[in-house]
Ligand binder design. Structure first.
Ligand code: NAP
Length: 436
């Protein structure tokens, strides 16, 4: 019998567990280990709460853990409660699927001022991540800025713009819903250091901005290259640009009270304010020969008492695991970090791609594992039993599939009208729910 430990229960972890289960069948046991007693990682804490159709992919993950060879072990932090080296003694292979939960730094003066938050923090706050329940982003000013031109920047700007009514059917946490309803923000400036052709936003997500109840996008026609230049773009990207051009051609709707202003060719230089963020100073840029942003020397100020930096994420290092500082991920060769140690998903590739990208990624790494330790061959390792014994000796209460279900049921029964559930936002509340 082979024993595999998959560390992290987001998309990458589940697809890898599914692939291992399919490859090894009865000849292996796969444990999905998570620091929280509830699974899904990015699906629970990252995907926007008003994108329930995307979150529905978790139903597929449920099937994986319901199969006989796969188990969920929660409330265990690898690197703190148990080391990777200890897991390698207990398991035939350890697969790190820990994602990229840390905000990349802007590296500009003023980024540590109150009022400047990373998108992982802001997204975590409205999605019920226990680390960010106390974030309390300042929503009392009239201006906010979001730095970055990717889908996460769009998520943040959209969430800031929606009315309470538009959150119906979502699972945004109650504390965020109430705070956003009382928000005074009327202008959200989305800062891109390059131009419209260089955005990393996808058409569906961009298109949503055109259908908001109380907010309209504002885009300058002068920022675009001639329309013929769109012909050279890949079709999906061209669609995004066509949507942006459509926004530019439409005056902001007079009935809407909020504006989402796309400010292209705007590179953040510094954040200023008396004891808290009040404005961001940006430099006008132009594209250089290789398509990068080149400063023109012209600077101006964008007022903002809330500044969300949505410029990408990194994987935190883990003791004893080779790390790629520049890439912000584990150092790996096509998923292999070292002997019997692998990385999948964002921890392997960096924070790019859709949820679905993790499926071939997980299957590919599972194929490598199959090649290196073919089904049928066997090693006598202790697996889950050994892990549970070790944790119990350290006073750590690992949770299981039934515990997770119990928490889920409680969250569903706590739901406010119009929401699928009210998420617990503190680990102790999850654990309390288990005592009932
Ligand atoms: P992303 O797509 O890599 O976008 C990051 C953005 O930040 C880029 O516009 C980048 O500009 C900008 N940026 C980077 N460093 C900067 C700096 N120092 N100053 C100013 N701007 C800077 O990352 P993301 O938005 O975090 O998304 C991560 C992944 O998740 C993506 O693959 C995304 O598509 C996916 N996602 C998908 C959905 C969805 O499908 N609904 C939702 C959320 C996220 P440059 O291009 O100039 O570097």
């Amino acid at each position: 019998m082979r024993h595999f430990a998959v560390v992290g229960s987001g998309p990458a972890g589940f697809y890898t567990a599914e692939a291992l289960e399919r490859a090894f069948g009865e000849n292996a046991r796969v444990d999905i280990i998570d620091r929280y007693p509830v699974p899904y990682g990015l699906i629970r804490f990252g995907v926007a709460p008003d994108h329930q159709s995307l979150k529905a992919v978790s139903k597929r993950y449920d099937k994986v853990v319901e199969s006989a060879g796969v188990d969920f072990i929660g409330n265990v932090t690898v690197g703190r409660d148990v080391s990777v080296q200890e897991l390698l003694e207990l398991y035939d292979a350890v697969i790190l699927a820990t994602g990229a939960p840390v905000d990349r730094k802007l590296g500009i003066p003023g980024e540590d001022l109150p009022g400047v938050v990373g998108s992982a923090e802001f997204v975590g706050w409205y999605n019920g991540h226990p680390d960010f329940a106390e974030l309390d982003p300042p929503l009392g000013g009239t201006h906010a800025a979001v730095i970055g031109n990717g889908n996460v920047a769009l998520d943040c700007a959209r969430i800031l713009s929606k009315t309470r009514h538009e959150f119906e059917g979502s699972d945004i946490v109650g504390h965020a819903l109430d705070a956003l309803e009382g928000s005074a923000i009327r202008t959200i400036t989305i800062l891109g250091r390059r131009g419209p052709h260089q955005i990393a936003m996808t058409p569906k997500e961009l298109g949503e901005l055109g259908h908001l109840e109380a907010a309209s996008p504002v885009v300058e026609e002068a920022d675009f290259p001639p329309v013929e230049a769109d012909d050279a773009l890949e079709p999906g990207h061209r669609k995004s640009i066509t949507i942006l051009r459509g926004f530019a051609a439409t005056p902001a709707e007079s009935g809407t009270s909020k504006r989402m202003v796309f400010d292209f060719f705007a590179k953040p230089l510094r954040i200023e304010g008396e004891g808290k963020a009040e404005k961001i100073v940006v430099e006008r840029t132009e594209l250089d020969e290789s398509g990068g942003a080149r400063g023109t020397g012209e600077t101006y100020e964008v007022p903002a008492s809330l500044i969300i930096s949505a410029i990408g994420y990194s994987t935190p290092p883990m003791e004893g695991v080779a790390y790629d500082e520049r890439g912000g991920k584990f150092l790996n060769d096509q998923g292999r970090i070292g002997e019997r140690l692998y990385a999948v998903g964002w921890a392997r590739r960096g924070p790019t791609g859709t949820i679905g990208t993790n499926r071939p990624d997980g299957y590919e790494v599972a194929d490598r594992i199959v090649a290196e330790m073919p089904p049928g061959s066997s090693q006598d390792r202790a697996g889950a039993e050994g892990l549970k014994q070790l944790l119990a000796g350290r006073g750590i209460m690992a949770t299981d599939y039934d515990d997770w279900r119990k928490i889920e049921e409680t969250e569903v029964s706590n739901a406010r009208p119009g929401s699928p559930r009210e998420k617990f936002v503190r680990v102790e509340h999850w654990l309390d729910a288990l005592k009932r």
